[in-house]
Design a protein around this ligand. Sequence first.
Ligand code: SF4
Length: 237
Amino acid sequence: MTLIVKEIRAKTILSKSKIYPYVVNPYTGCQHACSYCYARFMKRVTGHREPWGEFVDVKINAAELLRKEIKKKKRAGVWVSGVCDPYQPLEAEYRLTRQCLEILARNDWPVIIQTRSPLVLRDMDIIQDARDFEVGLSVTTADDAIRKLFEPNAPKIEDRIAALDTLHRAGIRTYAMIAPVLPGAEGLAELLKGKIDYVIIDRMNYHYADWVYRKYGLLDKLSDDYYYRVRQELASL
Ligand code: SF4
């Protein structure tokens, strides 16, 4: 897969969000390229023509903007991130998410981190010292063979669960985001037990990934029965 990386200077970084008061996206585009990703609407918004997952704009002035913007805005929860994974592989090199977290922690803003990557463990020093940070790992199935079909470029499921375990043991508030509920999600409750403070389960719009369900004969896993069975299992957590 080709990847076109462009360093850009963004105009703003601390944006309003419908889910949490604010959202910070240090990148436009996401190397994880999940087949069902709703964030591909960003292609339209930003005028990108490349396939989703094959471009990333790196907002190199993210920290500089955030430092200025938090002085002008009212302190409230910040979601990191909404339309990209803040710990996609490029973050290992650019460290923009880390810089933004440092600023938010220093100014005592609440932060909700959401990722599919154990790279978040690199920033445990900041997260642990902050007063009101929590970390969610998206875990969409218990079966890594299924993960490979839908999220071939994202980290392994066992590595995400291990990251939750490490964070939770360190006293950090953790959650699992089960969205979408992919096939093979039965058994997730067992894997997550004792590693999270809460779970979010969301039935997302799957239509981008319909072809994957069709190609691998998994259409029965889009049924209400399947969804409610998994939801009931997770309710026991
Ligand atoms: S990690 Fe999140 S933002 Fe990135 S492609 Fe997957 S669903 Fe989309």
